[in-house]
Write a protein that binds this ligand. Structure first.
Ligand code: HEM
Length: 414
């Protein structure tokens, strides 16, 4: 690999010493200074496993849009996870499939996430938010993540998939164990738990699929499970396992990131009286404000790709040989001062705001209209209905390099 960027040597040494596999303790509270260090000192950062971490906006975007970049990681994941259900899952979903399989799977579920389909869920979303607001009003003191933020996206995604929302906590618990092993360095225990969790998740979903498949007629618009079972019956190439893995990836993608977006939006707004009053007073509409919150928070921080041919970075930062495992840090790209003025400050009326919080290219987030709908209803409703909401203790960020989220957000109503 060649790196062209000329940077200050001392800064470069400090940046080269950064290790995403073992980040400093204060990284999780605020990774932004570390990203800045990498962007300025070592934007094409070679990691201990030979992969390359890209942190500048232009480089991240180029690789994301580059059709030669593969996502299938069977070889790499096999070394990390060994054979078994975890490997099966992370090589079966569209998230880790290349074309033509990626498009074959995505096309079956795409209709559920069109702007029109999602808009039809507005009323249901407002009802869910209102119901959860009433619950926390009665509680008075509660954890904002567990007792409120999580309840919104999980209700929506359970409805879309076709499973009972009463199972939300179970779905979250096993989902986390499936996702956690995607972090750069995890224990053997976490990997073993990941294998078990995939089996448990498939066993949980299978009876729903079996029941749908036993129906004489299937309405494909009823749920994703129905749409996939109907497609299979009509001869579309999709196996039972692919259906189950699709439901797992969509259930997981459908709640964790949006929970983190809603809860951190409120967390950061609490300390930013200017932004808070702009939103409360209607000075800034929720749509652009939400894009800025997504840029600022970037709930999903990292993505992986592998180059299939030599890639010359158009920024002039260097050249990646064919076969390089690339880690794209969209969280850093979204704070790149070369693109966003004063990037560590929330600016709710920021224009333009071409953040990469939802990714780019063929894997661009499937659920982005849903995430936008949920957050654009939940955040203003919280600000309106819970005007006395304050912290009731210290927040704690998750120790997770892929997902930026709050583990604990104790609050009370004064
Ligand atoms: C704020 C909330 C969300 C964020 C920040 C987010 C972020 C992302 C990103 C960055 C990707 C690209 C992955 C890649 O390039 O490898 C992605 C893909 C995906 N997202 Fe989201 N997401 C969010 C909400 C949702 C929701 C609500 C769903 C529910 C369906 C969802 C489902 C998916 C799926 C299935 C993919 C894989 C798409 C593919 O491989 O073609 N996401 N998401």
């Amino acid at each position: 690999m060649t790196v062209n960027t000329a940077v200050d040597e001392a800064l470069s040494d400090k940046a080269r010493a950064f290790n995403l596999f073992n980040p400093p303790e204060d990284y999780f509270d605020n990774p932004s200074p570390f990203f800045r260090l990498l962007r300025d000192g070592d934007p094409v950062h070679t990691q201990e496993d030979g992969s390359v971490l890209l942190t500048r906006y232009d480089d991240v975007r180029q690789i994301w849009r580059d059709v030669s970049g593969l996502v299938n990681k069977r070889e790499q994941f096999c070394k990390r996870f060994g054979e078994g259900p975890l490997l099966e899952h992370h090589t079966s979903t569209m998230l880790f499939r290349d074309n033509p399989d990626h498009d074959r799977l995505r096309n079956i579920v795409n209709p559920f996430f069109s702007q029109n389909s999602i808009q039809m869920l507005s009323r249901f979303t407002q009802e869910v938010v209102d119901r959860e607001i009433e619950k926390v009003k009665k509680m008075g003191e509660f954890d904002f993540v567990r007792d409120f933020a999580f309840r919104i996206p999980v209700a929506l995604i359970c409805k879309i998939i076709g499973v009972p929302v009463a199972d939300a906590d179970h779905i979250q618990a096993i989902g986390r164990k499936v996702l956690f092993p995607l972090n750069p360095k995890v224990s053997e225990t976490a990997i073993a738990e990941g294998h078990d969790a995939v089996t448990e998740f498939k066993n949980y979903l299978r009876p729903f699929l079996d029941e749908i498949k036993s129906r004489p007629t299937i309405d494909p618009t009823e749920s994703i499970l129905c749409a996939m079972a109907a497609a299979q019956r009509e001869g579309v190439e999709v196996s039972d396992d692919e259906i189950l893995h699709m439901c797992i990836v969509t259930l997981n993608g459908g709640h964790e990131t949006t929970t983190n977006l809603i809860s951190q939006s409120i967390h950061f707004l609490m300390d930013d009286t200017e932004s808070l009053s702009q939103l409360r007073g209607g000075e800034v509409p929720i749509a652009p404000a939400l894009e800025e919150l997504i840029r600022f928070i970037t709930p999903l921080q990292l993505q992986g790709r592998r180059t299939t041919q030599e890639v010359v970075l158009e920024s002039g930062n260097g050249t990646l040989p064919a076969g390089t495992e690339v880690v794209l840090c969209q969280a850093s790209a979204n704070r790149d001062e070369r693109i966003f003025g004063d990037p560590d400050k929330l600016n709710l009326s920021r224009r333009p705001n071409n953040h990469v919080g939802f990714g780019a290219g063929i894997h661009v987030c499937l659920g982005r209209p849903l995430a936008r709908l949920e957050a654009s209803i939940a955040i203003p409703t919280v600000l309106r209905e819970l005007p006395t909401l304050t912290r009731n203790g210290k927040v704690r960020f998750q120790h997770n390099t892929r997902f930026r989220g709050l583990e604990l957000f104790p609050v009370k109503l004064a």
